[in-house]
Design a protein around this ligand. Structure first.
Ligand SMILES: [Zn+2]
Length: 232
C-alpha cells in the first residue's frame, strides 16, 4: 500500500474504526476481521486431523466422500453465528476468504488433505446470487486456495435455474429433483481428480449430498468436503 493510501486509511479509521466481526471491539492495527482474543477462542473442531469424525459419518452410506472437515462448531449466540451472519447477510465476503485461508493453511499441514487437485465451491442459486451479489462459498474457496496453494474453479459445477414444487412429489422424485439442481459442465477436466468441495455451513448435508452425487456419478472423481462451520 502506498504511504498516501495508508495515511488516508489511518485518518478514516479514526472516524470509522474496523470492528471485530465477532465481539464488535475496535480492532488494533495488526488485527484483521477478528480481534486476537476472538481468534484465540474460535470454537475449532480440528476435524481435519480425524478421518472418523462425525461429519464423515453423516455421508456414510449416502454418497462417496473421502474426507470431511469443518473449521468451527456452530452454536446460536456464539462467535460462529456472528461470523456466518456477517458473511451471508452483511456483505462481508472478506471474512470468508480470511477464514478460508486460515483453515487452508491447517489443511495443507494435515496428512488427510495432501492430494487435493482442485477446490470447488457449492454454487449459489442464480436468484440468491443476484440478491446477495456474491457467492459466500466462492470467497471461502478463494481463501482455501490461497492457504493450500491449490487452484479453485467456479465454472465446472453449476447450479441450474431449475425450481419445482417439491412438496407434492414422492421421496424418490424429490431426490431426483434435488440432484438435478446441479450440473457438471466439463466432466473430462474432473476425471481422476480429488476435488475439495466447500460451503459455509454443513447441517443436514442434503445440498452437499446432491452436489457430490453429481460429481461422482461416473465413479471416476474423488470428493472431500470442507465447510467453515458445522452443527456441534
Ligand atoms: Zn473480538
Amino acid at each position: 500500500m502506498s504511504k498516501f493510501i495508508s495515511l488516508i486509511n489511518n485518518v478514516l479509521s479514526v472516524f470509522y474504526p474496523d470492528l471485530c466481526v465477532s465481539c464488535q471491539q475496535v480492532l488494533q492495527q495488526n488485527e484483521k476481521h477478528l480481534c486476537l482474543d476472538c481468534m484465540l477462542h474460535l470454537p475449532e473442531t480440528n476435524y481435519h486431523l480425524d478421518h472418523s469424525n462425525p461429519l464423515t459419518l453423516l455421508f456414510a452410506g449416502r454418497v462417496p466422500v473421502k474426507e470431511t472437515a469443518s473449521l468451527l462448531f456452530f452454536r446460536k449466540g456464539t462467535h460462529t453465528q456472528h461470523i456466518l451472519h456477517s458473511l451471508k447477510y452483511r456483505g462481508n465476503k472478506e471474512i470468508g476468504a480470511f477464514l478460508g485461508e486460515y483453515y487452508g493453511r491447517k489443511l495443507a499441514e494435515s496428512p488427510l488433505y495432501q492430494d487435493i487437485d482442485l477446490i470447488i465451491p457449492i454454487p449459489l442459486h442464480p436468484k440468491k446470487l443476484k440478491k446477495r451479489g456474491y457467492n459466500q462459498s466462492e470467497w471461502i474457496a478463494k481463501g482455501l486456495s490461497a492457504g493450500m496453494n491449490v487452484p479453485y474453479n467456479t465454472s465446472l459445477l453449476v447450479r441450474t435455474a431449475f425450481t419445482d414444487t417439491q412438496t407434492k412429489k414422492g421421496r424418490y422424485s424429490r431426490w431426483e429433483n434435488v440432484k438435478s439442481v446441479f450440473a457438471v459442465t466439463d466432466h473430462d477436466t474432473l476425471r481422476g481428480k480429488h476435488i475439495l468441495i466447500c460451503d459455509d455451513v454443513l447441517t443436514t448435508g442434503a445440498t452437499m449430498e446432491a452436489a457430490i452425487s453429481k460429481l461422482t456419478e461416473n465413479g471416476d472423481v474423488t470428493v472431500s468436503v470442507v465447510t467453515l462451520a458445522c452443527a456441534g
